[in-house]
Design a protein around this ligand. Structure first.
Ligand SMILES: [Zn+2]
Length: 180
């Protein structure tokens, strides 16, 4: 797995900032999406949000299925969760902005997300009981300054922050998730 060095790593104000909607898909936005996909594939992540590369705009890339060498990238412009329901499910999550740790996060198991694609078309994504459902929620959180640690109860959060500090001290780099 490659390590990329332009990922914003916590703690960083950009990871706690509300990102601006994208008014128009310009060449700049298309280039940003390409760049984010490159970083995501290089680190074998399943998603990446623009603030994680330092751009405070509402752009997310996702691909939960490229194990057999075939890529299925989704680029979501101004995504918003229009339905989040179903049973809460707890799964292990990692984040390129928190190298070296993985945390158990509980989220609704079913989501419907609306977003524009790079052609400006309004798209609707539905995911239930799978990595896509988790990934969409995790990445869209980033656009609103929310990270996976913000979903934890205070004690658990404090424990994971200590674990994270230790991982950083040990030289953890983006793309390394550690053990659950
Ligand atoms: Zn993340």
């Amino acid at each position: 797995m490659a390590v990329v060095d332009d990922i914003v790593v916590a703690p960083d104000k950009r990871l706690a900032t509300e990102c601006a909607p994208i008014e128009e898909v310009t060449d700049e936005i298309r280039a940003l999406a390409d760049h984010m996909l490159e970083d995501m594939y290089a680190t074998e992540g399943c998603g990446l949000a623009a603030p994680q590369v330092g751009e405070l705009v509402q752009l997310v890339v996702v691909d939960v299925d490229y194990t057999k060498g075939k890529r299925h990238p989704y680029v979501l412009v101004n995504p918003r969760i229009v339905v989040a329901d179903g049973e809460e499910r707890e799964t292990g999550e990692g984040c390129l902005s928190f190298p070296g740790i993985s945390v158990r996060v509980s989220r609704p198991s079913h989501v419907v997300v609306e977003a524009r694609n790079l052609d400006g078309d309004l798209m609707r994504y539905e995911a239930k009981d799978n990595l896509m459902a988790v990934c969409l929620q995790h990445e869209i959180d980033h656009l609103h300054g929310v990270t996976m640690l913000d979903h934890l109860r205070p004690l658990q959060r404090a424990k994971m922050m200590r674990e994270y500090q230790a991982a950083l001290a040990n030289g953890a780099r983006p793309g390394e998730t550690g053990d659950e």
